[in-house]
Design a protein around this ligand. Structure first.
Ligand code: DO4
Ligand code: MG
Length: 283
């Protein structure tokens, strides 16, 4: 089942039919004790909604902030070791890849996240920017996986590469995070064969495409969640991005106007256009 947050309410989709969720209280919905059972009862008893529109989809969050895990794929470890070697940072990425404690960092406040179809930003003071396509889990207030969505952890590789201590500036700025288009609520964990695909279009041309699978994710998601909840409480739940396994070649950098499409079946496709307009004042 897919749960959508839209400008005109919340909706659940099952077998191609869409039903309205009676309450607008997103924070309460996603923290329902039995979210799947609750949504199933709406589908079973309801009649399909006539007013659901994909154009009205919003980022699937209200009070949930976003955290991210890093260096959870071998590809991310190697790319970061290379980009930071002049700064002497390479060794740290290698060590965190194999350490027991994962890298976890605060990624975005709920207000700053771009939804499906909205713009993501690249920094004006960065010269080497990339999207990072990441399976993202919604953890409820008890730290349990409530659902899955598609995430984009926009990153400035030159800033992080100059000094790993610049990571918060490389990764945390207005609209540096995109999530959507929905929350997949499923009774089973996603299989290891689940593909993650990314395509970057520049005009009519595909400038980059790449893919990986969840089999390449080094750490169990539950382990990442356990570390995040060890000394943090999230009364409304939290999103956790699980890291990237796809990094474009070193000569690639994003440009304004590029379209980033990230697909994780069976969740869907998150598409965002890139802009370089500075902070969100008045947006
Ligand atoms: O260590 C830097 C961040 C890594 C990251 O965002 C990723 O691996 O996805
Ligand atoms: Mg990342």
């Amino acid at each position: 089942m897919k749960l959508y947050r839209a400008a005109n309410g919340n909706f659940v989709e099952e077998n191609g039919r869409v039903y309205r969720v009676a309450t607008d209280r997103w924070d309460a919905i996603v923290n329902h004790r039995d979210l799947r059972g609750y949504l199933a009862s709406i589908v079973d008893g309801g009649k399909p909604a006539g007013d659901f529109s994909r154009d009205l989809i919003q980022a699937p969050l209200e009070s949930q902030n976003v955290w991210a895990a890093g260096v959870t794929y071998y590809r991310s470890r190697s790319a970061r070791m290379a980009e930071s070697k002049d700064a002497g940072g390479g060794n740290f990425y290698d060590r965190v890849y194999s350490a027991q404690r994962p890298e976890l960092f605060f990624k975005s406040s709920s207000e700053s996240v771009a939804g499906h179809g909205r713009k993501v930003h690249i920094r004006r003071d960065a010269g080497w920017s990339v999207p990072e396509p990441e399976l993202t889990v919604l953890l409820n207030r008890l730290g349990k996986i409530a659902g899955y969505t598609v995430g984009n952890d926009m990153s400035s590789r030159d800033i992080e590469g100059e000094n790993p201590l610049y990571l918060p500036q490389a990764k945390v700025y207005d609209r540096s995070c995109a999530l959507g288009p929905c929350i997949l609520v499923s009774s089973e964990p996603l299989p290891a064969t689940t593909p993650i695909r990314m395509e970057i279009a520049r005009g009519a041309k595909t400038e980059f495409s790449g893919s990986t699978t969840l089999a390449e994710l080094k750490r169990p998601i539950e382990e990442l969640a356990e570390y995040l909840f060890r000394e943090n409480s999230f009364p409304f739940g939290v999103f956790l991005m699980t890291g990237t396994g796809i990094i474009p070649p070193d000569e690639f950098t994003l440009q304004a106007g590029d379209k980033v499409r990230i697909t994780i079946d069976p969740i869907g496709t998150l598409e965002n256009e890139v802009v370089q307009t500075g902070p969100l004042v008045g947006d």
